[in-house]
Design a protein around this ligand. Structure first.
Ligand SMILES: Cc1ncc(COP(=O)(O)O)c(C=O)c1O
Length: 364
């Protein structure tokens, strides 16, 4: 084939296809842009992990049912192991949910602003998608939703993604709105609890009553982002349906071995989670006192804040020059002038705060 324009072969029109996912260079930077844990696994634990890895048969596929890990997570979350399905990060599970339940005539509803991967994955799969604009306080607008296609579509089997706490806004939607959606939405409701470890409450208790509900969790935010492991919790009928779609061996044998060791020893996670919550309270209180910016309360491991739109690019660039990487949302749309900063160690939070305050003092 001569003169091929391969992009034309993409399954969706080029103008509907998302751009390739890219992250800024972060070597040597204080990385506060991706909601990872700032705490490394201790040297002691690493030594033990290496011993565990020594026992792994790299010539063999992993156990495709990942029964050990599901058992460990089952104890951690007090939820039956046969109602847990594992993914290569919850990103993969989001994709599997849309592959399993989406398709022709269905709509994927995505609150906005929320986690970018919901629209990215839906768009590349060529799904119908509808934004649900959040209110001024980043809550669900139930009265508007009740009038919308979200509740009035005659098509059964739509999908809605609710990140609770929401990324990047950090808040939890009001419980009454969530309950209304779980009870009355004609399709699959996916509550994505990537940040539930840092929040005051979660929705696991709703699962037994609601066979259309999926809860997603991940180990990425509590210190294991590198092993890529997410979990889907749901009714048996959802698990059985999803197993038709899920790739076999989707978690590699090394990640499986690391998770088996680290998650079963359990030490360290709870105290680090508590430390991150304490650091978040501290940084929030400090930032609240800075004039001319707005910082939003958060139940996650990050804070969303806003500076004036004229200052936004300058603040971002100056922080980069100081070696600090945070997440910018550009200068357009609902989140123009907003930034998301991941909660680091106490020292990292202070370092960021001091540099940020200096930049504001020098340039405003
Ligand atoms: C709301 C939400 N869901 C899912 C994910 C992805 O998690 P994982 O690392 O398990 O793919 C993220 C990551 O930032 C997130 O913010």
């Amino acid at each position: 084939m001569k003169n091929s324009n391969i992009e034309k072969f993409l399954r969706v029109d080029q103008d509907k296809a998302p751009a390739p996912y890219e992250v800024p260079a972060f070597q040597g930077m204080l990385k506060l842009d991706a909601n990872e844990s700032p705490y490394k696994i201790s040297t002691n634990t690493l030594t033990n992990i290496l011993q565990e890895l020594g026992k792994v048969n790299l010539n063999r596929y992993p156990d495709p049912s990942y029964s050990d890990i599901r058992q460990i997570l089952s104890q951690r979350w007090e939820y039956p192991p046969n109602q847990i399905l594992l993914g290569n990060g919850s990103d993969e599970l989001i994709q599997a949910i849309i592959i399993a339940f989406g398709g022709s005539g269905k709509t994927v509803f995505t609150p906005t602003p929320s986690f970018a991967m919901y629209p990215i994955i839906a768009d590349i799969l060529g799904e119908n998608r509808e934004d649900i604009p959040l209110t001024e306080n980043f809550d669900l607008n139930l009265s508007e939703a009740l009038q919308s296609r979200m509740f009035n579509s005659t098509q059964p089997g739509n999908i809605i993604f609710l990140a609770i706490p929401n990324n990047p806004t950090g808040n939890c939607y009001s419980k009454s709105a969530v309950k209304e959606i779980v009870e009355n939405f004609h399709g699959i409701v996916c509550i994505d609890e990537a940040y539930f470890d840092f929040a005051e409450s979660n929705y696991l208790h709703l699962l037994p009553e609601h066979p259309n509900l999926i809860i997603l969790r991940t180990v990425s935010k509590i210190g294991l982002a590198g092993i890529r492991m997410g979990a889907l919790l749901a009714d048996k009928s959802i698990i059985e349906t999803m197993r038709r779609v899920k790739l076999p061996y989707n978690i590699n044998i090394l990640s499986e071995a690391v998770a088996r060791y680290v998650l079963s020893t359990k030490k360290g996670f709870e105290s680090k989670i508590k430390q991150i919550i304490d650091n978040r309270f501290w940084l929030y209180e400090q930032m609240k006192q800075i004039e001319g910016i707005q910082v939003y309360p958060s139940q996650a491991n990050f804070l969303l804040f806003r500076v004036s739109e004229q200052m936004a690019q300058l603040v971002y660039n100056r922080l980069l020059e100081e070696g600090i990487l945070i997440r910018s949302f550009g200068n357009q749309g609902r989140l123009a002038g907003h930034f998301r900063v991941t909660i680091g160690t106490k020292e990292e939070c202070s370092y960021f705060l001091n540099k940020f305050k200096k930049i504001l003092e020098n340039y405003s």
